[in-house]
Design a protein around this ligand. Sequence first.
Ligand SMILES: Cc1cc2nc3c(=O)[nH]c(=O)nc-3n(C[C@H](O)[C@H](O)[C@H](O)COP(=O)(O)OP(=O)(O)OC[C@H]3O[C@@H](n4cnc5c(N)ncnc54)[C@H](O)[C@@H]3O)c2cc1C
Length: 462
Amino acid sequence: MPSKDSKPFPPARGMTSFWRSNPGSLDNHRSTESLPSECDILIIGAGYSGASLLTHLLANEKYKDKSIVVLEARQLCSGASGRNGGHIKPDVYNLCSALSSKHGVQAAVEIAEFEKANLLAVREYIAETGADCDFTLTQAVDVQLSGAQDSSLKSRYDQFVREGGSVAKDAFYMHGEDAEMVSGVKGAQGVFEYTAAHVWPYKLIHHMFEASLVHDNVNVQTHTPVTSIPNQPDADGRWVISTTRGTNTAKQVVMATNAYTAALLPEYDDKIIPYRGVCSRIVTPGPDRPPLLANTYALRFNDWDYDYLIPRNDGSIVVGGARRTYLRHLEDWYGNVDDTQMVKRAEGYFDGYMQRHFRGWEDSGAYTDSVWTGIMGYSADHLPRIGCVPGRKNMFIMGGFTGHGMPQIFLAAKGLSKVTLNGTPFSETGVPRLFEETAARLESPENFVLDVYASLGTPSKL
Ligand SMILES: Cc1cc2nc3c(=O)[nH]c(=O)nc-3n(C[C@H](O)[C@H](O)[C@H](O)COP(=O)(O)OP(=O)(O)OC[C@H]3O[C@@H](n4cnc5c(N)ncnc54)[C@H](O)[C@@H]3O)c2cc1C
């Protein structure tokens, strides 16, 4: 694990991902040569969170004449949003059924309904604005390869439905031979199938910034790391934010820094945990295509080891995961913000992946075209953290998406825009109640990430 003395700032430049292989015109954008010295609202971070918040703020008349500054440490969309799996997967049965026993059925159902609504809202946004981002509506097929895990997931699913979680019925369950036939995955024990989508995340986010920059009151500054934030605002309630290029004094600040939040706000140490993930792109040579994959997939080997993949419209496959290769080595991933190089232990994992797991792909010649790493922001209690930062007046946060931000961020940003604009109470934002950041959550010693790690055993037991 990296030393507690080193703060988790993003390195100056991450390795290239497939999504960032042909960056857009705004990648190194600076609206003005020098940094604006003040603004009404400052957003730190130009990923999906920053882009979505900007989009929703600008949709409101009230913000048409307020100055908005976005500061990004590196290139536009160069954090997790520019290196993820491109999978928008509203989870209607798994996380919610797991949360239900701890938080109650209704609170869990809210999350599933929210994720469904999020997918529809993003689809609508893309259709209305004509964002060119390869958005594809499809089915998610979650495949259990372990019989034991299949039974336990199914019984948890049944219990959730019995207790009132009827939203889970949106996921259709199949078992045994049907599972393998339907999924095409060798050895499938059971599958859950439900509506999902995939997208080119960088293109979507770039489009959101492009559309926002039409407004004169928006100023985006890339390559401008925020270096520190004081413990308190000034006497007027404004925050004096230090960057490598001077200071900006802001009436309101939104932390859209996800995995990197603790570098600036120490109270997020071990609350939003940098967690290194890996992804790859697999291609097939020649004109003879292996069986068409129309669905997206998760391949679950056990409770903690799973991969996810999306078939792209160009015939390639983006696959992420490879946890079994490195998860037992805490230093490889926990608190680690190094996205300048691949996780060495995971490097060869995706070679032959399609041949190993998918029927009809044995002679496809499919090979790994590229691999990359990215830093997720895992929340210590598994839930995103949205709303006011406790103890910091006029400061807000949206982060801690725990590797699952794509079906949550767009509407979370819409909800947060209401809080920053009108002081709307969180309970009226439409964001699930469990996502609200609170002092109690920040003070809790819970750390589910280390709990999972502790259950794996040490490397020597491998
Ligand atoms: C390998 C991988 C695969 C994933 N796959 C999926 C998937 O398929 N589906 C899914 O739902 N989710 C997936 N995720 C998670 C998803 O990408 C995130 O939930 C989402 O992108 C978070 O968006 P964000 O804008 O909050 O964070 P980010 O995209 O990380 O943006 C935060 C930004 O803040 C900037 N920043 C940080 N500190 C500072 C500072 N001090 N000064 C200025 N700027 C700063 C960073 O440079 C960064 O650009 C994956 C993530 C990874 C890494």
